[in-house]
Ligand binder design. Structure first.
Ligand code: UD1
Ligand code: CA
Length: 430
């Protein structure tokens, strides 16, 4: 594709009130900047991210996930502002799409017209009841004349409701010509990218304003904006999965991360939370269960259970109040109140109520391996590292510290004794 993309992400984001750079705040489990990069990757093979504030940290995070992103460090001291951000960037193609790192709701379809239309500049505009905060688009005789930033507006201009949404597609020759000659004669003493509109108008260039949806071009500046954007993103994610055949009971109460995946016939009950790159196939997740980066196939989980990262459940039944971590369960039943961590449990095995794998001694984690058809009685503690062979029975209430061989019954309890009439002696007057 012959279009370059520049993503502006040098701003500090003070209104987030956070030590974390604004563009690294997450929406549906993915940082805002990554949402923008993922869209850019569908458009271009030449993507530059402009950084300044906490540049190193952001660059490292990007490089851990993407291999083909270019970086440009803005000289903010000398050239602050969105125009300053564009100074000195090397562009490969004849057109450049300029995106913002804090616009996580942007989608490829929402950018289609901006990329396609054949003008010197395509610019995104929205009409808002309350335009405050945005640059106003001055249109005369149905032609764009300029963009005036709110702080530079006179009272007439302030009442303009057509605003700059902040995304543009600009011919390369215009950027090369106008960016070097931008000035900072304005209220904020910044180099405004938006000033190139007037320069282009003065030279008779064609400028197409393209009406876009506020929902797609929403900029996130505060924690409140972040929460609103998350709501929109969640609606989209859930709509997409329901259209793909996932059943959801009370979808407004369900949370799904952007990188979660479903296949076949899945059912999510109310209050479920599906996080990370969880992959769920033909399974039923019951009310208020939390699934974190797990693989679940042909299984049912919950209500109120937690399946933690690196867990694989296949043909397995997990009931209520069960926590499973970093374990592989195939054809297993664990119906109630258990902790299963660092375990491998094979077909036909039953984990009774209250069973605990004691996987941690305060220093290291150890493995529990349980074979086929093992019956683990209620309230058993399995002190790892431990191996339980096939066809074993473990008596309820046991603390198992040694491996158990195939076919055996293991039990570790103190013998029960009864003291006759103790009750009546103790409570003399009853
Ligand atoms: C900008 C537009 C405004 C538009 C609005 C839409 C300008 C001058 N104004 O205003 O017309 O209505 O977006 O949201 O462009 N950035 C840098 N370097 C900087 C300053 C900003 O990279 O020196 C980046 C920010 O990280 C952000 C983007 O540019 O991703 C926009 O910056 P922001 O300060 O939010 O611009 P606005 O004042 O909102
Ligand atoms: Ca902004």
């Amino acid at each position: 594709m012959s279009i370059s993309v520049v993503i502006l992400a040098a701003g500090q984001g003070t209104r987030m009130k956070s030590s974390k750079p604004k563009v690294l705040h997450e929406i549906s489990g993915k940082s805002m900047l990554f949402h923008a990069i993922d869209v850019a990757e569908q458009i271009s093979d030449d993507i530059t991210v402009v950084l300044h504030h906490q540049a190193k940290r952001i660059q490292e995070e990007i490089e851990a996930s993407y291999t083909d992103i270019l970086f440009h460090e803005q000289d903010v001291a000398q050239f602050p502002g969105t125009g300053g951000a564009m100074k000195g960037i090397k562009i490969k193609h004849t057109k450049t799409l300029i995106l913002n790192g804090d616009m996580p709701l942007i989608t490829l379809p929402a950018l289609e017209a901006l990329i396609q239309e054949d003008a010197d500049i395509n610019m995104s505009v929205i009409t808002l009841d309350n335009p405050s905060g945005y640059g106003r688009v001055v249109i005369l005789d149905s032609k764009v004349r300029s963009i005036v930033e709110e702080k530079d507006c006179n009272s007439m201009q302030k009442s303009i409701q057509t605003v700059n949404a902040g995304v543009y597609c600009i011919k390369q020759e215009l950027l090369e010509k106008y960016i070097p000659v931008l000035d900072n004669n304005n209220a904020q003493k910044e180099y405004y990218l938006t000033d190139i509109i007037k320069m282009a108008v003065d030279e008779g260039k064609s400028i197409h304003p393209i009406m876009v949806k506020e929902e797609d071009f929403k900029g996130v500046n505060s924690k409140l904006d972040l929460a609103h954007a998350e709501e929109i993103m969640q609606k989209r994610i859930k709509t997409q999965w329901m259209n793909a055949g996932v059943s959801m009971r009370l979808p407004d109460t369900i949370y799904i991360d952007a990188s979660a995946k479903f296949e076949g016939e899945c059912m999510l009950e109310n209050g479920t939370s599906i996080q990370g790159s969880s992959h769920i196939i033909d399974s039923h997740i019951k009310a208020h269960s939390v699934i974190e980066n797990a693989y679940i196939q042909n299984s049912d989980v919950g209500p109120m259970s937690r399946i933690r990262p690196d867990t694989k459940l296949i043909d397995t039944h997990i009931g209520n109040f069960v926590e499973v971590k970093k374990s592989l369960l195939t054809g297993v039943k664990a119906g109630h109140l258990s902790y299963i961590g660092d375990a491998v449990i094979d077909e036909g095995s039953n984990i009774g109520a209250g069973v605990i794998t004691c996987n941690y001694d305060g220093k290291k984690k150890y493995k529990t391996v349980i074979g086929k058809n093992v019956f683990v009685g209620s309230d058993t503690q399995l002190v790892a590292p431990i191996n339980i062979a096939d066809d074993v029975m473990i008596a309820a209430g046991s603390t198992i510290t040694k491996d158990v061989e195939q076919g055996a019954l293991a039990l570790s309890r103190t013998a029960q004794k009864s003291i006759k009439n103790f009750f009546y002696k103790f409570f003399e007057n009853k």
